[in-house]
Design a protein around this ligand. Structure first.
Ligand code: AMP
Length: 281
């Protein structure tokens, strides 16, 4: 099927209701574009689990605060579309702001406390912005499945919460983080890193892995392991936002390994904020 490019809701609806999509199982892959191999892994999985893939590219202003990188976020629509065409995506929906938030728009989807911890502490309002746009995209496309990356683990938990709480009938699939050869989690924001910062950046995953091993080995307590990890990040040149262990499902803070846990970190290298996480137990 040839790639259909939809720039507004009307053309999206036309493409979704056309004969080519009739009776098909549809997978949605929401993105902000500047597509890399992490995104491509989501597309490949989406193709395996559904008949047709709808991918959205929308840099959502509601998930950026005033001092963040909304205006400088990488936008490379032409090369993205090229990749999507080759990857066999059916529809790419790339709306302008006013198509998603027309004049008079006021509604926000709020996920409450789940959006206030971890990244929500330093990015107030971020997860309400994510929740709002993902809800709108799910309702516009009405896919059977929607595919997200574990790279943004808190986001994945937020989205699972929304579809449960709002009775949205869609299967949410979370896929493992795709990494560069040196372990750095792929991210469109990696393009911001200077040559020097790029050399340091894999240290985030190295520290996560080593703290994870320390916690699993039980040699020192969880708090000491986290403190040592934060100190190692500072030594490597990061400014630590958080390094915390949380319940893998509820994201409640974890001080033991009774349930599957997730070790999550956010840290700055210069002006670039990197996030990463790994499963523990
Ligand atoms: P973004 O364009 O950064 O908003 O990401 C769009 C989707 O791709 C989200 O579900 C992300 O979690 C996912 N994603 C981003 N980077 C990676 C990665 N390195 N591996 C797997 N999924 C990713």
């Amino acid at each position: 099927m040839q790639l259909t490019i939809a720039h507004d809701m009307e053309s999206l609806q036309k493409a979704l209701t056309g004969p080519a999509m009739a009776g098909k199982r549809i997978a949605l892959v929401p993105t902000m574009g500047a597509l890399h191999d992490g995104h491509m892994a989501l597309i490949n999985h989406a193709k395996e689990t559904a008949d047709e893939v709808v991918l959205t590219i929308f840099v959502n202003p509601k998930q950026f605060s005033a001092n963040e990188d909304f205006s400088k976020y990488p936008r490379m629509l032409k090369s993205d579309i090229n990749k999507l065409d080759k990857a066999g995506v059916a529809i790419v929906y790339t709306p302008p702001l006013e198509d998603v938030y027309p004049d008079g728009y006021t509604t926000t989807v709020s996920v409450g406390a789940l959006g206030d911890i971890l990244c929500g502490k330093t990015r107030p309002g971020h997860f309400n912005g994510v929740a709002t746009v993902v809800t709108k995209l799910l309702l516009r496309v009405l896919p059977h499945v929607a595919v997200f990356g574990e790279k943004d683990y808190q986001q994945l938990c937020v989205i699972r919460r929304i579809v449960t709480d709002l009775d949205i009938s869609v299967d949410i699939i979370g896929l493992p983080t795709v990494r560069e050869a040196d372990g750095l989690a792929m991210s469109s924001r990696n393009a911001y890193l200077s040559t020097e910062e790029r050399k340091i950046a894999p240290g985030l995953y190295e520290v996560l892995s080593s703290v994870g091993n320390t916690i699993l080995s039980g040699g020192v307590g969880i708090k000491s392991a986290l403190d040592q990890g934060a100190a190692a990040l500072v030594m490597a040149g990061f400014k630590v936002d958080y390094l915390e262990l949380h319940d893998a499902e509820t994201l409640a803070m974890a001080d033991n390994l009774d349930n599957p846990a997730r070790l999550l970190a956010a840290a700055w290298l210069g002006n670039t904020r990197l996030i990463d996480n790994i499963a523990i137990g």
